[in-house]
Every structure is written in C-alpha cells, then in structure tokens.
Design a protein around this ligand. Sequence first.
Ligand code: PSU
Ligand code: MN
Length: 305
Amino acid sequence: MERFIDIAPEVQVALDTGGPVVALESTIIAHGMPFPTNIETALSVQETIRLQGAVPATIGILDGRIKVGMTEEEIYRLAKAEHVVKVSRRDFPFVVANKLDGATTVAGTMIAADMAGIRIFVTGGIGGVHRNVAETFDISADLEELKRTNVVVVCAGVKSVLDIGATLEYLETAGVPVITFGSDRFPAFYSRDSGFPAECRIDDVGDIASLITVKYDMGLRGGIVIACPIPEAFEIPADDINVTIQRALDAAVSANITGKRVTPFLLEQIKQLTDGKSLEANIQLVQNNGTIGGQIAAKLCERVV
Ligand code: PSU
Ligand code: MN
C-alpha cells in the first residue's frame, strides 16, 4: 500500500503502538463548507479529538497520493483549491493515476482508513438513499461501503434531504449495525428526531466499544453507524429545516443537477437559505461527534492493552 498512501509519522506511531486514532474526511472541507469555516472547523475538530487522547488523521488526496493524517498546510490546500475532485470508491483510480487533488467522501475515507488500519472515523452526516430514488436510482456509495469495509462511522445521523426511512431499510438489508447514542430517536443531522425510532440505543461509550469489539471478533465484515444527536442548544427544529430542504430539492430539480453534484448542491442551497444558521449547526454537531468518536477510540484501545 505504500505505493499509494502516505501515513503521517504521528499517526503511524499511534497505530504501531496500539494507540487511539480517529479518521476525518475531506469532502466536508472541500465541498461541504465554505472557506474559511471549512479550515477552521477541520482544525478545531482535530483538537477536539486530541482532547480525548486520540490522534486525528484527516484523509485526502494530493497530487495523487492518498494522505492519512494531513498537515495544516495540506488541509488548507484542499480547503482553498477550486478543482478538488470528490472521491468515492469509483474515483480513486482516476485521481491517483492522474496525480490529482481529491477530497474523500465517507466511502472514500473508509477505504483509506481501512488501508491504514484505522477503525474509527468521525464525520457530520453520511450519504444515503435520495428521496426521488425511484426516478433517479440515486443511492450514495457510502451505503455500499458500509456494507463491505470494517470502519466505524460516527455521525449525526442522516440529513432529511435524503429518504431517511429508505436509508435505514437499506442499512438493515446490508447488515450494518446502526447505533443511536443516548436517544430513543434516530437523529436527522440538524434535528434530534428524524421521526424514526432508534432500533439500538446505547448510552455509554464503553458499551459502544464492546459492541465494536464483538462485531469484528466475530468476523462480521462491514461498517457500523454510530448516530449522535446534535446537542439540543444547536438543534434546528425539523419543521423549520424541512421547509428549507424542500426548497433546496426543488432547486436541484430545476437546475437538473445529477450524480456526485447533487449532495454538494443541496448543502450549498441549504446554507444560503438559512443565512448560515445551518452552517453553525453543522460545526457544532461535528464537534460533538469528535468528542464522542475520540472517546470511543480511546475506550477501544483500553481493551486491547
Ligand atoms: N452529508 C452531509 N454533509 C456532507 C456530506 C454528506 O450532511 O458533507 C458529504 C460526505 O462526504 C458524504 C458525501 O460521504 O457528501 C455523500 O455524497 P453522495 O451523496 O454523492 O454519495
Ligand atoms: Mn448520489
């Protein structure tokens, strides 16, 4: 794998000594948030993870090299550049072979984390089944990756730009455990309640670490979703955000947006329509996920030693 990947020395030492490491994605930096909020959030979530005693490893692609544990300068490059390719599983060969810059999605980050030996990954929200799936066949490659790659994804649930019910059904079919942290309701990114119940609720990070250990000790392949509701103080009520989301979805249809451009387009529309309120919620939920993910990574390592 050295042929394709550069692992930061600090990350490599932690991995070699069985220390906690948390992966972070870069699509949220290059295509999910505007500059300079993107770089500020990327750096501060790294600090949040350090506060829990874990080493952060932000993942992205520079000049075709897969970077696991990007430096501040490297993250800045992805945050600022205009032509960064959004990289999911299918995009790796093109971006690596052509020595391009790429920002990894949840699926792309899971692949690189797994290659490096990182088990825990913190992000904002995962992709899923889109609402108009019957016409578009639009299902995020994140779900396929969760089916096959052994990485735990700590997120704030699924945004209601997606069909949350269909996404949960897909994850059930794919055999992916979906754990809700500390709530009886599955969260919807900006809102604490998606309208769907939490099938598996766990209130303690140590118990989450136990579940992760059991799954992989049993040899069950695939990911795990840990859904953490946004802290109450930063929540946007579902009724408010859903009006905005419907407008964003209508705009995407009018503009005939398809393929990998759909999700970034919707995120940008929502940001504009909420005057940045959605961005503040996004920052806060990522920080919250960073705290919880860092704690889970630390607990997992306690078990190893
Ligand atoms: N959902 C969000 N914010 C994001 C993304 C999803 O709330 O930034 C990004 C993630 O990187 C995710 C990707 O993996 O979008 C999914 O894109 P697609 O729907 O094209 O698979
Ligand atoms: Mn898609």
